[in-house]
Design a protein around this ligand. Structure first.
Ligand code: NAP
Length: 344
């Protein structure tokens, strides 16, 4: 099967990861890249300030970047990935969906909309059926599917395995890499020798998106999970990989051994980009660490360790690569699921 795909906003930090991950993909063929007016009309190799850790694939470097509007892209594309700034995506993505395109988007707009599936394939695969509700309500031939924010996605696969014990309350403190702010987001003067204890909107995203992802879908909508999530988000001077300290309180008594076992039993999927195992569990309490562990499972695995009992519930640390599992890889996996389930 060859699925022709495009990337909206393909020149930025996440867009470049899409290009890297799509190179040699077993099912998807990259045919089109769009970006802002500044880049449209230029060869991709000139428009993208390439910063990922492999060369630009030759066939992609020669692609002419197109404007980000439905009229400017070929109409035979089966799937679009989106890594646009959310303000731009809020206008543009519905226009593409209305024009018949299926979009697997990484941008934060509309993630909490009632008729938009917010999906991590290993966690809530069934929420994809919300597409039928979306198409009914909006009259779209296309569809809009979202993956969660990069810090939420590092934590929720672990929480999902703890829900069998009655997940009640979660506290999380994040240590987030600078690439999460995009190429123009954080200056070296701000972040070198420093930690910034605030990331605009991030805490609310972790608190709300987690409840939607863990919620139940009844065929018409998603009932948010009751879990109370409190997040404190920090930008730290690492390049890639968000590390998170999580305290999880459950209704049933659980110990570190139960938790580690639940993590090791996390479900995996038979999709090209799905890691196996989903959660890599470390016995060494000094792991996971961003530099050592962010590329586990090709950057798609979640790493966890340091599981211990505390008076505030079970505590552990988890980590995921923010521009792979936390962004481009997450949309790519949703795209693979859309193809597998026959939505394209
Ligand atoms: P970025 O590096 O700033 O890239 C933004 C992309 O959008 C570029 O291709 C840019 O094209 C294009 N663009 C900007 N303004 C546009 C406009 N008016 N019309 C059309 N295209 C436009 O941002 P990023 O870090 O890749 O983030 C992209 C999205 O992913 C954001 O919504 C972000 O919140 C989300 N996200 C990022 C991460 C992460 O770790 N970085 C993780 C999760 C989610 P030009 O090159 O031509 O300007």
């Amino acid at each position: 099967m060859s699925v022709r795909v495009g990337i909206l906003g393909g020149t930025g930090a996440v867009g470049q990861r899409f290009v890297q991950l799509l190179d040699g993909h077993s099912e998807f063929e990259l045919a089109t890249i769009t970006a802002s007016e500044n880049s449209a009309g230029k060869p991709y190799s000139e428009a993208a300030k390439w910063r990922v850790d492999s060369p630009i694939p030759d066939d992609v470097g020669d692609l002419t970047v197109r404007a980000t509007e439905p009229e400017a892209v070929p109409d035979d594309l089966d799937l679009l990935f989106s890594s646009l700034p959310s303000g731009v995506a809020a206008d543009v993505e519905p226009a593409f969906a209305e024009a018949g395109y299926v979009i697997s988007s990484n941008s934060s707009n509309a993630r909490m909309a009632d008729d938009v599936p917010l999906v991590i394939p290993e966690v809530n695969h069934g929420h994809l059926d919300l597409i039928e509700v979306q198409r009914d309500e909006r009259g779209w031939d296309g569809a809009l599917v979202k993956n969660p924010n990069c810090s939420t996605i590092a934590m929720v696969p672990t929480l999902s395995t703890l829900d069998q014990f009655g997940l009640d309350r979660v506290h999380v403190a994040t240590l987030q890499a600078v690439s999460g702010a995009g190429y123009s987001g954080v200056t070296s003067m701000e972040i070198l020798d420093n930690v910034v204890p605030h990331i605009g909107g991030e805490e609310e995203k972790m608190e709300t998106e987690t409840r939607k992802l863990l919620g139940s879908f009844d065929g018409t909508g998603v009932d948010l999970h009751d879990v109370a999530v409190s997040a404190s988000c920090n930008r730290v001077p690492t390049l890639d990989g968000h590390l998170e300290n999580v305290w999880a309180e459950t209704n049933r008594d659980v110990g570190p051994t139960d938790v580690e076992e639940a993590f090791r039993d996390a479900p995996t999927l038979d999709l090209p980009s799905a890691p196996d195992p989903l959660i890599e569990v470390f016995d060494d309490e000094s792991r996971p660490q961003p530099r050592l562990d962010r590329t586990l499972g090709g950057g798609m695995a979640v790493a966890a360790g340091g599981v211990q009992d505390t008076p505030s519930g079970v505590q552990y640390n988890c980590l995921a690569h923010n521009t792979i599992r936390g962004a481009a890889g997450a949309s790519l996996l949703n795209g693979e699921l859309l193809a597998e389930d026959g939505w394209l």
